[in-house]
Design a protein around this ligand. Structure first.
Ligand SMILES: [Fe+2]
Ligand SMILES: [Fe+2]
Length: 223
């Protein structure tokens, strides 16, 4: 598979491997240093990965809005990924950190807001978006505009949420949690692998991964 990707996309196999290992590699690299850094770096790496997916999705939405045919396989893969990993693994990690933050510094917790409610809102919007994708795939009578609106709403909400976490939540947690807090959170989250950006990519995400790699290659060329 590595050779096929290398041939097709001009990505050398060590780069491919590094990308595939994604957040796990980062987690392993920082693991032995400091649980505080390890936890936050895993969360930030997951944000970077989600950011890439949102960029890929946005590009497909632009194609859709231009009345051309987007790649629904990619869109479906992104919806599928959001239904599984972030809601099941990323948000629960943040919820663990957030609970500790509220204990250590209730005022900082209030500044972050109701993180769990935001995660529930994101999960609801994800289900709505995934259902919209399915309707389009089933050729149900979905107004063209509606699908674009769901997709754009979904992208905007995800980005806004991550920006708040990067600018308010993570700095507050870094300032307030103790070493014991970080060690306890780290011990709970260590062995969760990401099915798209982790060590073992499931078959269902293979095409999506290929598209992300292609997108990154195009970006690095144009940048
Ligand atoms: Fe979050
Ligand atoms: Fe997050």
């Amino acid at each position: 598979m590595d050779n096929i990707l290398a041939d097709r996309y001009g990505i050398n196999s060590s780069t491919e491997l590094a990308i595939r290992n994604g957040c796990r590699a980062v987690a392993d690299a920082v693991d032995e240093r400091d649980p505080r850094v390890a936890v936050i770096e895993v969360l930030r790496e997951e944000h970077r990965n989600v950011g890439k997916l949102l960029d890929v999705l946005e590009r497909q939405v632009v194609i859709f809005e231009a009345a051309e045919r987007p790649d629904f396989g990619i869109i479906e893969g992104i919806a599928d990924y959001f239904l599984s990993y972030p809601d099941l693994y990323h948000h629960p990690k943040e919820d663990l950190v957030f609970r500790r933050l509220c204990e250590r510094d209730p005022a900082a917790g209030e500044r972050v807001g109701d993180l769990q409610a935001e995660h529930e809102e994101l999960a609801a919007r994800t289900r709505e978006f995934a259902a919209g994708v399915q309707d389009v795939l089933d050729e149900a009578q979905v107004p063209r505009e509606s699908f674009g609106n769901w997709a754009r709403g979904f992208i905007t909400l995800q980005r806004k949420h991550m920006n708040m976490e990067e600018s308010v939540f993570f700095p507050a947690a870094l300032a307030a949690l103790t070493e014991e807090d970080w060690a306890a959170v780290d011990a709970r989250i260590k062995d969760q692998d990401d099915p798209l950006f982790g060590r073992d990519i499931g078959d269902r995400y293979r095409l999506l991964k290929d598209d992300i790699l292609r997108w990154e290659r195009d970006e690095s060329k144009s940048g």
